[in-house]
Write a protein that binds this ligand. Structure first.
Ligand SMILES: [Zn+2]
Ligand SMILES: [Zn+2]
Length: 302
C-alpha cells in the first residue's frame, strides 16, 4: 500500500492527537509522584525538567541582575508545580517568555505567564498557528497567550551579561521552530528539533520535515563546540557529540528507507522489512521503530 498525501496527513494528525493523549495518560497515572528538578547549567542559566511523569518539554531560565527570561513553559496541568519550582531559583517576575514551537507541551502555560506580565516571543509562524488553534468547545486561545514580539529569521535579547540569539530553522520539527543560543554562556536550547537519545517526532501536519530536522541539526553542530551545553526539547542535557550522533542516525535511516523505496517497495513492504531495527535503543512510548519508519517514509516520498 502506498499512502496517499491525504491519508498521510490524516495519519500525522492522529499521531499528533495520540501524543497529547499519551502525555495526558502518563500524567494522570503518575500525578502523585510528578515533580520538577532544577539543574544549574551556568552561573545564570538553569534547566527545569520533569520527573516521575510527563510535564512537557525542558524549560530553561536565565536569572540575573537584568531580570528573568524563560524558554518554554510545559503542559497546562503542571503550572502550579512549575511556578513552585521556579520560586526555588528566583522570586522575580518573568520578563520574557520565549516559545520554541506551538505544541501544548511547550507553551501550555503561555496564558498564565502572559497574564503575569511576561512578554512572549516567538517565530511569526507560531503566532499564526496559535491564532487558528481551538479547543474542543471551539474556543480560541486567550489574548494573553499570544506572543507580543515575533521575528522571521532571528532576534537577540541582551540580558544578564549575555546575547541570547533566537534563531529560526525552516520546516524542522514544525514550521515555526526557534532555537536559543546564549553566546557567552555557550548554552543552546533546541526545542523539539532535538530529542536527546530518542527518535524525534516530526510534525508533518504543522509544517515539519525530516530534511528540515537534519538541516537544522547539521547547522547547529557547525555553530557550537565540544563545551556547548545543549538543553534538548526532551531528554537529558546534551552535547555536540549527541547532536552529531543524532544526525548520523537520521541520515542513515533516510538512506536505508530511500533505498527500499528506490527498489520499488510499497510502504507496507518497507515497514515489514523494519529497516530501523538497529536503532531500537531510540524507541520510546510514542515513537517506536515502526512509527519512525513511517515518518522517514513521509520524508522520502515528499
Ligand atoms: Zn515536545
Ligand atoms: Zn513538539
Amino acid at each position: 500500500m502506498i499512502l496517499s498525501p491525504t491519508l498521510r496527513k490524516t495519519l500525522a494528525a492522529s499521531i499528533s492527537l495520540t501524543f497529547a493523549s499519551i502525555a495526558a495518560m502518563t500524567f494522570a497515572q503518575e500525578e502523585q509522584s510528578l515533580s520538577f528538578k532544577t539543574e544549574k547549567v551556568t552561573d545564570t542559566i538553569y534547566m527545569l525538567s520533569g520527573q516521575g511523569g510527563f510535564t512537557g518539554g525542558n524549560v530553561a531560565l536565565t536569572v540575573g541582575n537584568d531580570g528573568v527570561a524563560m524558554i518554554d513553559n510545559g503542559l497546562s496541568d503542571v503550572l502550579d508545580l512549575l511556578k513552585a519550582e521556579i520560586a526555588k531559583t528566583t522570586d522575580k517576575p518573568i520578563d520574557y517568555m520565549i516559545n520554541t514551537h506551538v505544541h501544548g507541551d511547550h507553551i501550555g502555560n503561555n496564558h498564565a505567564f502572559g497574564e503575569g506580565g511576561a512578554r512572549i516571543i516567538s517565530h511569526e509562524n507560531l503566532r499564526e498557528a496559535l491564532s487558528k488553534k481551538k479547543d474542543k468547545d471551539g474556543n480560541t486561545e486567550p489574548k494573553s497567550a499570544f506572543p507580543v514580539l515575533t521575528f522571521s529569521d532571528r532576534m537577540t535579547i541582551h540580558i544578564n551579561g549575555d546575547a541570547a540569539t533566537i534563531m529560526h530553522f525552516d520546516s524542522a520539527h514544525t514550521d515555526g521552530d526557534a532555537v536559543v543560543y546564549f553566546k557567552n554562556d555557550n548554552v543552546l536550547h533546541t526545542g523539539d528539533i532535538m530529542f536527546n537519545g530518542n527518535f524525534p517526532f516530526i510534525d508533518d501536519s504543522n509544517g515539519g520535515s525530516l530534511d528540515g530536522v537534519i538541516r537544522a541539526l547539521t547547522a547547529i553542530s557547525k555553530m557550537i563546540n565540544d563545551d556547548t551545553k545543549i538543553i534538548p526539547g526532551h531528554g537529558p542535557l546534551a552535547n555536540l557529540s549527541d547532536v552529531t550522533k543524532t544526525v548520523a542516525m537520521l541520515e542513515d535511516s533516510k538512506s536505508m528507507v530511500a533505498k527500499l523505496v528506490a527498489d520499488g517497495k510499497s510502504d507496507d513492504e518497507v515497514l515489514a522489512a523494519n529497516p530501523l531495527a538497529k536503532y531500537e535503543e531510540y524507541s520510546w512510548g510514542f515513537i517506536n521503530t515502526e512509527r519512525m519508519t513511517k515518518q522517514v517514509l513521509t520524508g522520502v516520498r515528499k
